[in-house]
Write a protein that binds this ligand. Structure first.
Ligand SMILES: NC(=O)c1ccc[n+]([C@@H]2O[C@H](COP(=O)([O-])OP(=O)(O)OC[C@H]3O[C@@H](n4cnc5c(N)ncnc54)[C@H](O)[C@@H]3O)[C@@H](O)[C@H]2O)c1
Length: 339
């Protein structure tokens, strides 16, 4: 049994709590922390976000509650800290927990800037603690089954791929932090980074990026579209949160391989359809559940074994941050950024 302390009981904190309390058998929640005392009186998992939490009743009467993060780290009694704080707090919260001797699972993105991300990465190396980031798409069953299929080589190499993430504007966050570029990185860093991470997971680092953005006030990007340069394929990705409320949220991807076309679309049935050259269309099966469940299942097992699986590391998260920041720069300067 591994013991966790969860900090930040907003949308993602509740999502993670629900997984620890109701789905995973190898983990015990021993402490929770939120700066807002009302959030500590949590009685159910109801929360608003792109993807709804369950609303299920929970009992945290035996769990220690803190409104002060430093006090929680000082008291200890857990193996790892799960950081579900707004992004501008990731660096300090991560470094403090690493220095206090804990493993960490931290929500994405790693940090707001490369300097902050590198500070975390250096501390992870120095302390040797296990560290992972909620780049959950690598664990999202529909996406990971497509990756497995591509990697078999059965349908040849990928010649073209596009990724999309469309959302209504997230108005529900604590003190509106998510819509403030200085605290969240706005839509590019907060939302689109999921697809950036998937592009890198599938194809490695591109030679360059060329992006265009839909700007809101303060020269801040609310939707971004990027071309990633690879020598042997065409790859693009688009994502943001300027869709209407009645649209809500959808994610999709389209892959053209030498001997098949694959469509992944959460608004369609089947979600993943494979169209081979030599046979009829078929639905690609994938396990039930979401990437949040599988990433935490993996991380808690890693903590129990004392070894990281390596699917998401501080280095992969740093690279995704690096490429995503280059996209923002490209959109703002209106020029290609070569790595
Ligand atoms: N993986 C995903 O798909 C996904 C989805 C949404 C959010 N996220 C990420 O999760 C993180 C949290 O986002 P959210 O949507 O849950 O935010 P949120 O606004 O819903 O919740 C943040 C919580 O942190 C608390 N908090 C703020 N400052 C604090 C402090 N100093 N000490 C203790 N508690 C404090 C707030 O009171 C609030 O309860 C962000 O990094 C975000 O990018 C990831």
């Amino acid at each position: 049994m591994v013991k966790v302390a969860v900090v930040g009981l907003g949308f993602m904190g509740k999502m993670h709590l629900g997984i620890y309390l109701n789905k995973l058998k190898n983990v015990e929640v021993v402490a929770v922390c939120d700066g807002n005392k009302e959030a500590l009186n949590i009685k159910n998992l109801e929360s608003r976000g792109n993807i709804k939490t369950s609303g299920k009743a929970i009992d945290l009467s035996k769990v220690k509650k803190y409104s002060d993060y430093d006090a929680m780290l000082k008291d200890g009694g857990f193996d790892f800290v799960d950081i579900c704080l707004p992004t501008f707090l990731h660096r300090d919260a991560s470094i403090k927990a690493l220095e206090a001797g804990y493993h960490i699972f931290c929500e994405k993105p790693l940090a707001l800037t490369l300097k902050e991300g590198e500070a975390i990465a250096n501390k992870v190396r120095e302390t040797g603690k296990l560290f992972s980031i909620g780049q959950c798409l690598r664990y999202w069953p529909a996406y990971s089954e497509v990756k497995k299929l591509i990697d078999t080589g059965k349908y040849g190499r990928v010649r073209y791929a596009e990724f999309a993430r469309f959302s209504m504007t997230p108005s529900w966050a604590w003190k509106g932090w998510v819509l403030d570029e200085k605290r969240s990185g706005n839509a590019a860093l907060d939302l689109h980074i999921h697809d950036v991470d998937m592009v890198l997971y599938l194809f490695g680092k591109p030679e360059s990026v060329k992006s265009a953005g839909v700007f809101v006030k303060n020269n801040s990007i609310s939707h971004i579209t990027t071309m990633y340069k690879y020598p042997d394929k065409v790859v693009s990705s688009t994502g943001g949160w300027i869709c209407s409320k009645s649209f809500g949220f959808n994610m999709r991807a389209f892959y053209i391989l030498e001997k098949a076309t694959i469509e992944l679309d959460f608004s369609k049935e089947p979600v993943v359809a494979v169209y081979p050259d030599e046979s009829d269309k078929y639905a690609l099966p994938f396990p039930e559940g979401d990437g949040y469940y599988y990433e935490l299942k993996d991380f808690t097992a890693n903590v129990a074994n004392g070894k990281l699986s390596g699917i998401v590391t501080v280095d992969t998260a740093l690279e995704s941050l690096n490429v995503c920041l280059a996209e923002i720069k490209s959109a703002k300067l209106k020029k290609e950024i070569i790595f």
